[in-house]
Design a protein around this ligand. Sequence first.
Ligand SMILES: Nc1ncnc2c1ncn2[C@@H]1O[C@H](COP(=O)(O)OP(=O)(O)O)[C@@H](O)[C@H]1O
Ligand SMILES: [Mg+2]
Length: 430
Amino acid sequence: MNVLIVGGGGREHALAWKLSQSRKVTALYAAPGNPGMEDVACRVPLQTSGEGIDKIVEFAVKESVGLVVVGPEGPLALGLADRLAGRGILCFGPGAKGARLESSKIYAKEFMDRHHIPTPAWRSFSALDEAKRCLSDLPDAPVVVKADGLAQGKGVIVAKNRAEALSAAEKIMDGRFGEAGRKILVEECLVGEEISLLSFADGKTLIPMLPVQDHKQIGEGDTGPNTGGMGTYAPVSAFSAETARTVEETILRPLRTALRSGEFDYRGCLYIGLMLTSEGPRVIEFNVRFGDPETQALMPLLDSDLFEIMHACAAGRLEEARPPEWRDESAVCVVMASQGYPGEYSVGRVITERPVAEELARDSWVFHAGTSRDARGGLTTAGGRVLGVTARGKTLETALKRVYARVDSIDFREKTYRRDIAYRELTRRS
Ligand SMILES: Nc1ncnc2c1ncn2[C@@H]1O[C@H](COP(=O)(O)OP(=O)(O)O)[C@@H](O)[C@H]1O
Ligand SMILES: [Mg+2]
């Protein structure tokens, strides 16, 4: 079958790498893809927003694509999956209705309340003075203020006190997020370990993948501003067998019932952002696609044929497919970024890589995120997050040794990365 991947970041590179190993994939296309994907997919210069959506559908029809895998949330919220369904093409990724679980945080909260899925207490507001009145009535304690819509990870402020919460509400509603900030949420602030639990869904059922932990902040020791993610590791021991049972009972079971309720037909990856609190696991948010950089750590651990699973999801036949199998190993992804990110940074820096020993090359991968080719075909930096260097090992320690050895072999001016990825796991064990 011909397969088209939509997107061009590290997540899509990791998915393409894994899909390309399936004997059932005849041609693999990536729109627009990135230079790192050229080894495994044929790049198609199409945009993933606006008119690009029509062009993606046309391309899929013309090239007899049987399955489209959508990486980012944008095209899903714009209804790409619905448009493909209209042309009889299977899509891994939900339609616009299901995508609202991510594109409207208020919708997601209402959905969770309706289906008794545990989530922090919340209230929503469409007028600033109303939000301010509510915040003034609440105790002067931490709360979380969130923009309702898609805000590229910048629409959430964890406020330490009332004053910060009031200014957060003003900031989000001042127009900088456009329509996404027209409504806001004020949420109970929880403490605990954050876990990303991604799952495969086919409209009727849902199968969780391995638990992953992301390091969202730019600075070591989880300090400084939030980024798109500076590194991940899987699996996570904080997600114990007992936690897994509680999550199954209190979250996944009601979620399966909710998915069958007919509100929408959810086929794709459902990313469940969890916080493990002293009162039990709570859902912080849903994403309607694979996480980035969670995917980079998960794909090397997946032992099954990704195409078979994705196809089964898109066809609504997950229960008939062989269940996903995972290696009993650990993986770590370290994001190499441009100095200055998540603020301003330079691009166009030449990227070089020294050859590495064969054993290291076998168990490590360099997934591209923000790279491009210069006129002579050389690789240059083209974004804040440049590369997702990933390694696998029988133990976390081995994976860490390998990943940082691979990172050391790569150079570009003003590179920056965190040296402490997975430190929470190492502390937990010691
Ligand atoms: N209720 C909450 N309590 C504590 N921290 C929270 C809460 N909600 C969100 N956060 C923190 O803010 C981050 C971003 O929030 P999230 O809802 O995931 O929005 P997005 O990923 O769309 O920016 C979370 O990863 C978490 O660290
Ligand atoms: Mg999030």
